[in-house]
Design a protein around this ligand. Structure first.
Ligand code: HEC
Length: 214
């Protein structure tokens, strides 16, 4: 009696084990929602499977559309919206003085100011000097000529907007720093440069309150 129970149990185990390995059942069938079946996760430098992905908008739906471009209007976390056209560099310099520094209205925190100083020392002091005097090691060694003395009157009078433009697109021998410092950081660095500059001298007749507002 005991023996027959074992034989029956073994029989069922064999049947279950054999049926669970049915190869045909592993086929997922036709995929009617590719976005759900395949992850959109994308390795930046890996080759893309052209059977699954397409960069042709008209094939959207049949395949997963992906063209490496962030959706229009998106900005990096902590980054400001673009303030000007990214194309015309000659034309925009002349009008850049109108751009307003967002830190005119929101005062920078102590931390932001020390961060701005750090960024200036890392990226700019090598040419412009730690005090902005245009006498950084690269300038004094004669590797780059004509480095601007940011404490000079011309730069005291230069608006934040024009400085922003020059940092973003470069000016003369100075290259663009757009990839090194974010928009917010550029405006912060400009505020830091202001702390290195002598206070603007009051013009005759101007009262101190109206100057302070500028
Ligand atoms: C490789 C050296 C070098 C570095 C690094 C450098 N600059 Fe300059 N910068 C120059 C030179 C040279 C000029 C003068 C360009 C001209 O007027 O032709 C200049 C000019 C400027 C001006 C005046 C622009 C104008 O419109 O006349 C500002 C503002 C400025 N630099 C800010 C910065 C800031 C901020 C950084 C760091 C993010 C920086 N620079 C990094 C070399 C440098």
């Amino acid at each position: 009696m005991k023996r027959i129970t074992y034989i029956i149990a073994l029989f069922f185990i064999v049947i279950i084990a054999a049926s669970s390995c049915d190869g045909v059942r592993r086929e997922p069938g036709s995929v009617y929602m590719p976005d759900m079946s395949y992850s959109r996760a994308y390795e930046s430098y890996a080759a893309r499977d052209t059977d699954v992905f397409t960069n042709n908008f008209t094939n959207k739906g049949e395949k997963i559309f992906y063209n490496n471009v962030p959706p229009a209007g998106t900005v990096k976390r902590g980054e400001l919206y673009p303030t000007e056209q990214l194309t015309d560099t000659l034309g925009t310099y002349a009008t850049s003085y109108t751009l307003k520094n967002p830190y005119d209205t929101i005062a920078m925190t102590k931390f932001e100011m020390s961060e701005a100083g750090r960024l200036f020392n890392v990226n700019c002091a090598i040419c412009h000097g730690a005090k902005g005097g245009g006498n950084g090691p690269i300038a004094t060694a004669g590797h780059v000529g004509g480095v601007a003395n940011l404490t000079a009157d011309a730069y005291v009078k230069m608006t934040d907007g024009t400085m922003f433009h020059s940092i973003a697109y470069g000016k003369g021998v100075m290259g663009s720093y757009a990839s090194q410092v974010t928009r917010a950081q550029r405006w912060m660095i400009i505020k830091y440069i202001r702390t290195l500059q002598p206070k603007p001298t009051l013009e005759k007749g101007a009262d101190s309150t109206s100057m302070a507002k500028k």
